[in-house]
Write a protein of this length. Structure first.
Lengths: 256, 279
């Protein structure tokens, strides 16, 4: 489609070791800005490890270390001088299971902005409304912003989590780790609709076990297998005429 | 021959029920015994007047004050230290030789008889540091004594906070400290408060460690460097020296009621807090 789009994240021969085991075996991948990148592959292929490496959440896992580079706008996020807290304000994450923090809907949304030092009530109100609207949740919760986030349904909680990520003004990249695995088709459709709008502003990386979901929403798709990147290209190509035989077998459902 | 499941079921219910019943009966009996013997002696005058004649006559007001101040001071010393240690052990270190040694140490401390703490407090605070028998010596000794309980209960409470909460907090750009303050501690609070109540209960009822360190003066304490007598020490002395059995029971009744009240207030505050968060 487009001729050489802007590269948001450049991954260069990136490896992740869990103890002695090599969980990711030298991934090289250029992620263009303002697109939805689908990552597919059978479980154990390193999709989630890769995703969590992009905002350094893997740092919290003991015995994990990395080699190679991940460049965000040309800067290596694994460089010792790189500010991890600032990184996570630019690269947000949506987890497989919706995790609403045990506080009100309102407080959930402003969690990030408050950490960034925003105190003014009017400003926070505005952030809450904007984020919840962008996550297609505003109409359902606008009358109960002070109710606990735990009282929402699973699908609503996942959109609340999305709103929480969108609330951060520094946000540039959204990572989603099988965000719809626990959701019904209608909630899934709402998340997917939101993503399609959001890519105008953000770069979106979507790990999914549901190949159909990747086919539906992703502009480009990467196929991971056993810690390796097998193939990366426009979604249409990956799903119709992939270069690699294994990709073809996976997307046509012959294994995985 | 196989015992039919109906019979084993009935046997199990009976045995477990009997065990529960026995426990409750013994407990209720002890409390009732003390209250029946002691309550007739508990009057406003008894509560709020000074003891006369070594406690044979008069009231227990100074010991009431001592019983309030000593655990309060001990807990305010032990809570920051204990919760801080628990946060450090769970959030700031990974499981290693040092944390295992620390945990083993606290477990050992928890099992030491209180008289040993009393002896240590006497030698270290009272004699070596020349603090003398006083509120502060007693509070410091009690603080050391309840520290292991507070550390372990807080640690358990902090561990039970789902890891997903931490990951969400970190992924939203929180530092470790912000995560501890905004997510971990609020969610661990009920468990931490339980540890605090246990600590208060243990220090209110403590006699051996207190008598060696806070002394047994019947005068009203004016500063932390004054000696105090707590209610438990008071009725120990009254009973041990045969001064007055009536006043000993009355003091014991007051003590039991105060502990009950403290627990009830603490738990209701906790429930209100939890209810507020999940509304």
């Amino acid at each position: 489609m487009s001729v050489s789009p802007d590269i948001k994240i450049a991954v260069k021969n990136f490896k992740v070791f869990q103890g002695k085991e090599e969980a990711l075996r030298g991934i090289t991948l250029d992620i263009p800005a303002n697109r939805i990148i689908g990552i597919i592959g059978p479980s154990g292929s390193g999709k989630t490890t890769f995703l969590r490496a992009l905002n350094r959440l893997n740092d919290l896992v003991s015995g994990m270390h990395v080699e190679g580079q991940v460049l965000l706008d040309g800067q290596d996020i694994y460089h010792p001088g790189f500010d991890v807290v600032a990184l996570r304000k630019r690269v947000g994450m949506l987890f497989a299971l919706p995790v609403a923090l045990p506080m009100s809907v309102y407080e959930n949304v402003v969690y990030g902005p408050r950490l960034s030092g925003i105190r003014k009530r009017a400003r926070l109100d505005e952030i809450v409304e904007r984020s919840l609207k962008a996550a297609f949740l505003w109409d359902e919760v606008k009358d109960r912003l002070q109710a606990s986030g735990l009282r929402l349904s699973g699908g609503q909680q996942q959109r609340l989590c999305l709103a929480r990520v969108l609330a951060m003004e520094e946000m540039e990249v959204i990572l989603l780790d099988e965000p719809c695995s626990g959701l019904d088709p209608i909630s899934t459709a709402k998340i997917e609709d939101a993503l399609t709008v959001l890519k105008e502003k953000y770069t979106i990386i979507l790990v999914t076990n549901n190949t159909k979901q990747a086919a539906r929403v992703a502009d480009d798709t990467a196929f991971f297998l056993l810690g390796e990147l097998v193939e990366f290209g426009p979604t249409k190509k990956i799903f119709t005429v992939p270069d690699d035989k294994r990709t073809n077998e996976y997307v046509t459902g012959r294994f995985g | 021959m196989r015992v039919p499941p109906k019979v084993t079921q009935a046997l199990a219910v009976m045995t477990l029920g009997a065990a529960t019943l026995l426990t409750v009966v013994v407990l209720v009996f002890i409390i009732a015994f003390v209250l029946v013997k002691g309550l007739p002696g508990v009057t406003w005058e008894f509560l709020f007047s000074a003891p006369k004649d070594m406690g044979k006559a008069g009231g227990i007001f100074p010991t009431l004050v001592g019983t309030a101040l000593l655990p309060l001071l001990a807990i305010s010393i032990a809570m920051p230290l204990g919760v801080g240690t628990a946060v450090y052990l769970t959030e700031y270190t990974r499981e290693n030789q040092l944390t295992r040694a620390l945990r083993f140490g606290t477990d050992c401390l928890a099992g030491i008889p209180s008289i040993i703490f009393g002896l240590f407090g006497f030698i270290f605070f009272v004699v070596m540091l020349k603090m003398g028998w006083c509120l502060l010596s007693g509070a410091l000794t009690l603080a050391i004594m309840v520290l292991p309980t507070i550390i372990r209960t807080s640690e358990e409470a902090i561990r039970s906070v789902p890891n997903a909460y931490r990951e969400v907090s970190f992924s939203l750009g929180a530092t470790r400290w912000e995560t501890v303050l905004k997510v971990v501690l609020p969610n661990a609070l009920p468990g931490i408060v339980t540890g605090m109540i246990l600590g208060i209960g243990r220090s209110i009822g403590e006699t051996a460690a207190v008598i060696f360190t806070a002394g047994s003066s019947l005068r009203m304490p004016m500063t932390v460097f004054d000696s105090v007598r707590t209610m438990s020490v008071h009725f120990y002395i009254l009973a041990r020296e045969g001064i007055s059995n009536e006043n000993a029971y009355a003091t014991a009744a007051v003590l039991i009621i105060s502990v009950l009240l403290i627990n009830m207030v603490a738990y209701s505050m906790m429930h209100r807090f939890i209810a507020k968060r999940s509304k």
